[in-house]
Design a protein around this ligand. Structure first.
Ligand code: CNA
Length: 412
């Protein structure tokens, strides 16, 4: 595939890749000038440091073992959560950023990728692919869309409901504390539980819109769904290539909204990382872009990413175990449990918003996600289709991908 764009792009471009991590840029952010420079940090950080000094380093004793024993997990799994809950209750966390992965949705009955036994990567025989990542490889899809379409049938929003963890995130918003949630999930459950669009970055896209995988002409998402559910291949009305839901594959651009991270992470005063193996770049490296004094709380079954290192950063905390159980405990500590239960009850009885956009919003969302102004979809998509192979003034995939590798240590 030879995607192209103008030689002086108005917007940055980052593609999705598997594995590898960046070195931590947090120190750089800390020492730089600007609103997060030293002077201003001094006051806020000294108060924060006082609170942090009273915190325990929950989870450290599990780090000598990549697969911590149940007793080690147990002994490590109390202090950190309580300390962070205390910070929240003291009003020290007013710009909370949540980083979410597939582990958030396993309680809704959607398997994750990498959990041995139950994860999709352990159960791929039926998709007949040479290696697990092929299912999200855009070139593989171009040749044979069936493996992804088979998986899409299982993942399509509609048959799964948000769970307690999704509503916990929504409660953060309700309390005015959520700066943004960055999710890798494509199941749409954050949206379905009522987290507003402006608080949500679906970094790996979603099924809510669809477009040609070659020329990007928008295609009605509901029609794409119907075709895929009926084992048919949706075909682009412009260039006759295969239509794909706007789920971001390896080597594809992340949505423009993803770039909000450059504002959000330096501003965050608490980072909560939930249910992710932090294996997919550039998403995984986001967790290293908060200031080094900012508490990072990992809620997961096992240590991942920077939490695998010994010693942990002094403001790092992790609570290992089942995510829903941990989040319930966290909510109890915060005194939010009744509110969340009530929110779940009321939301689940409402008639829920549809996840599939109307044809008009399909056009706008797809268009915006590629950095074009709303309403210009037709001409842009057609131009993309006409470009096909790149011209001399446009960059090729390999050029832009090597740029994105500046923020992604390894690409597929
Ligand atoms: P992953 O690599 O499968 O990692 C999931 C992590 O969550 C692992 O570390 C698990 O140990 C942990 N985990 C799973 N269940 C629980 C639980 N109940 N309690 C505690 N921890 C748990 O998934 P990532 O999100 O890190 O990988 C990113 C991929 C997965 C994204 O590109 C997604 O598109 C893709 N994915 C999304 C969905 C979804 O939308 N629900 C499902 C499967 C895969």
């Amino acid at each position: 595939m030879n995607r192209s764009r103008s030689s002086q792009p108005p917007v940055p471009r980052v593609t999705r890749s598997a594995g590898g991590r960046l070195t931590e840029p947090a120190e750089r952010l800390d020492s730089g000038p600007g609103p997060y420079g030293k002077q201003r940090r001094k006051q806020t950080d000294s108060a924060l440091a006082q609170d942090l000094s009273q915190m325990s380093m929950s989870g450290q004793d599990t780090l000598n073992n990549s697969s911590p024993s149940a007793s080690a997990v147990k002994s490590s799994s109390r202090g950190g959560l309580a300390s962070v809950a205390r910070l929240v209750k003291l009003g020290r966390c007013k710009n909370v950023v949540v980083v979410a992965g597939a582990g958030v949705s396993t309680a809704s009955g959607i398997p994750d990728f990498r959990t041995p036994g139950t994860g999709l990567y352990s159960n791929l025989e039926k998709y007949n692919i040479p290696y697990p990542e092929a299912i999200f490889n855009i070139d593989y899809f171009s040749n044979d869309p069936q493996p992804f379409f088979s998986l899409a049938k299982a993942l399509y929003p509609g048959s799964h409901r948000p769970n307690y963890i999704h509503y916990f995130i929504r409660m953060l918003h309700h309390k005015g504390l959520l700066l943004r949630v960055y999710t890798q999930n494509i199941d749409g459950l954050e949206k379905l539980c009522g987290i507003p669009d402006d608080k949500l970055v679906e970094a790996h896209g979603s099924f809510a819109t669809a477009a040609c995988h070659l020329c990007y002409t928008a295609y009605p998402a509901e029609e794409a769904k119907q075709a895929i559910m009926n084992d048919e291949v949706p075909i682009c009305t412009f260039c006759a290539a295969t239509v794909k839901p706007d789920v971001v594959f390896f080597g594809e651009d992340l949505p423009q909204k993803y770039f909000l991270n450059t504002q959000d992470f330096p501003k965050a005063d608490l980072l909560i990382i939930m249910g992710t193996s932090l294996q997919i770049e550039p998403f995984a490296s986001l967790v290293n872009t908060v200031r080094s004094t900012v508490p990072r709380l990992l809620l997961n079954r096992n240590a991942v990413g920077p939490f695998e290192k010994v010693p942990l950063r002094r403001a790092d905390h992790m609570e290992l175990g089942d995510l829903e159980e941990t989040v319930r405990r966290f909510a109890e500590m915060l005194g939010w449990n009744d509110d969340i239960e009530e929110l779940m009850r009321s939301q689940e009885t409402l008639s829920l918003p549809t996840l599939i956009s109307s044809p008009l919003s399909v056009v706008q969302t797809s268009c915006q996600s590629r950095g074009a102004p709303a309403g210009t979809e037709t001409s842009r998509s057609r131009a993309g289709g006409q470009r096909g192979a790149s011209s001399g003034s446009e960059e090729t995939d390999s050029e832009t991908d090597s740029k994105s590798s500046a923020s992604s240590s390894q690409s597929t």
